[in-house]
Design a binder for this molecule. Structure first.
Ligand SMILES: [Zn+2]
Length: 477
């Protein structure tokens, strides 16, 4: 029995999708409706790791620092994945705080936590380096978490294998729920947090097949309800949790929304070039041309290879750890750095996301003014008569203020969601030429995370990720 509060985290669940399937999701819909459909905004950028870090700690990424951008201008063009261990979280999470206040907690499969640590209550960690940990160890036989199910690297490999992939995702969700149910039946504690992972991964891989408005929707297909069916499964899980603990307040939340990865590109560096802030390298045009066509060849080859054979397992693994595409799509050698003061940050260039950042080079005392000048110019760029390219664009230091602000590019922006930022220069500012959507058709969204509750009043129309921790703790005050 969980006495005071249950929090269910659902990775990548999207507000607009919940609305779309509303009549098939009675439990979640009711929890949203009773609170007048509150909105929850993710962190910027809307990535899983910084978002859950913010949910746990209540502070934004420039304060907790679990964030990393690659600077394409770096001479050695080296990519170092951002490393952190449990010390980044131990003692700082909402469950630690609850323990400190004297409440017992059960924490299941928390994102971002690796080895885990003993708490007042029970913790089961996610698979990490082939192991899962149960604290206290004496409860291992009760839960017996199945690493063979939870530890599979379900990831898009080829269209032919989508069916297996779908089964993997659904099996994972079942195992996550089995553990959650066991905890509700066996623990006698004040608080339960359980994290469900699969909505995010399934959307990344199946978006194109499920979205009839997608430019590359394949038409009627056997996977067209995959996302809807997983949402229904999550709704059933919630209904069952409520029936087991009818009097315990329940909070449901996601870390970001999910939508289509843009198929169209917006050439942000080209915009900066036209406004005079960025200069391509001149001279040695012969060898440059050669290099460029080689780039084009590799890109084309990679695309055809992926479409025909899928992405081999080793490539999937490398692509996750090292952006192998980086050398192909974004190179620091493209521009004349003596004459360039602003350029697209890697963040969006690699992923073709519709949100991203711009790095600005200037002396500290002139930087803000230059940023503002660039922002005003970019605001005038239109996709067509009525549609500005940027839905918003601002100086990062007007948005976040923490000590790790210098990890961010100086300007951050949200493009029209149909368009992903692209590194390369070209004659057209906007074009149907995205690439990453072929590998991963779904992409995270910033404005459309989910927050819903039963037995807790959510009276604000708009919440930020930094509010979640306080909402949880307020139940215990
Ligand atoms: Zn996520």
């Amino acid at each position: 029995m969980i006495n005071k509060l249950i929090v269910i985290g659902i990775d990548g669940m999207d507000f607009d999708l919940v609305k779309k399937y509303e009549d098939k999701l009675p439990t979640l819909s009711k929890m949203l409706k009773e609170n007048n459909y509150p909105r929850l905004r993710s962190v910027f950028p809307a990535d899983t790791t910084p978002a859950w870090s913010t949910i746990y700690t209540g502070v934004d990424p420039t304060v907790h620092g679990i964030i990393n951008f690659v600077n394409v201008k770096d001479r050695d063009n080296s990519y170092k994945p951002f490393e952190f261990d449990d010390s980044a979280f131990k003692g700082k999470t909402f469950w630690d705080k609850l323990n400190e206040m004297g409440f017992s907690t059960t924490v299941l499969l928390p994102m971002n936590i690796k080895q885990g640590w003993g708490i007042n209550g029970t913790m089961i960690t996610r698979p990490y380096k082939g192991e899962m940990h149960v604290f206290p160890k004496s409860k291992e036989s009760l839960y017996n978490p199945k690493i063979s199910i939870l530890g599979t690297e379900a990831k898009f490999t080829s269209e032919a294998k989508l069916d297996f992939l779908k089964k993997d995702f659904f099996a994972k969700s079942d195992e996550e729920f089995r553990l959650t149910k066991l905890a509700i039946e066996n623990e006698n504690c004040d608080f339960l947090f359980s994290y469900f992972s699969t909505t995010d991964g399934l959307c990344h891989d199946f978006w194109r097949h499920c979205d009839e408005n997608h430019p590359e929707y394949p038409g009627e297909n056997e996977h067209k309800n995959a996302i809807r069916d997983l949402y229904i499964k999550m709704d059933n899980h919630l209904a069952e949790i409520i029936s087991m603990c009818p009097d315990t307040p329940l909070l449901v939340l996601s870390d970001h929304g999910h939508g289509a990865r843009p198929v169209y590109i917006a050439r942000v560096n080209e915009m900066l070039h036209r406004f005079g802030y960025l200069e391509p390298k001149t001279g040695a045009s012969g060898s440059k041309k050669k290099k460029k066509s080689l780039k084009g060849f590799i890109k084309k080859f990679a695309l055809n290879f992926v479409a025909r054979f899928g992405l081999p397992k080793w490539a999937v693994k490398i692509a996750r750890k090292v952006p192998v595409w980086k050398g192909i799509f974004a190179s620091g050698n493209d521009f004349d750095w003596d004459k360039t003061v602003a350029y697209l940050s890697d963040l969006s260039a690699l992923k073709n996301y519709s949100y991203g950042g711009i790095r600005v080079i200037a002396d500290d005392d002139k930087k803000d003014a230059l940023c503002d000048e660039i922002i005003e110019k970019l605001k005038t760029v239109m996709i067509d008569e009525n549609t500005p390219a940027f839905t918003w664009i601002k100086r990062t230091n007007t948005h976040y203020h923490g000590e790790y602000l210098n990890r961010y590019p100086e300007i951050i922006f949200q493009l029209d969601e149909m368009y992903g930022a692209d590194w390369n220069l070209g004659e057209e500012l906007f074009e149907k030429k995205g690439f990453m959507h072929r590998l991963s058709p779904g992409a995270h969204r910033y404005e459309t995370a989910v927050i819903a509750s039963k037995g807790i009043i959510l009276d604000k129309p708009q919440y930020e990720m930094t509010d979640v921790r306080d909402i949880i703790l307020s139940v215990f005050k």
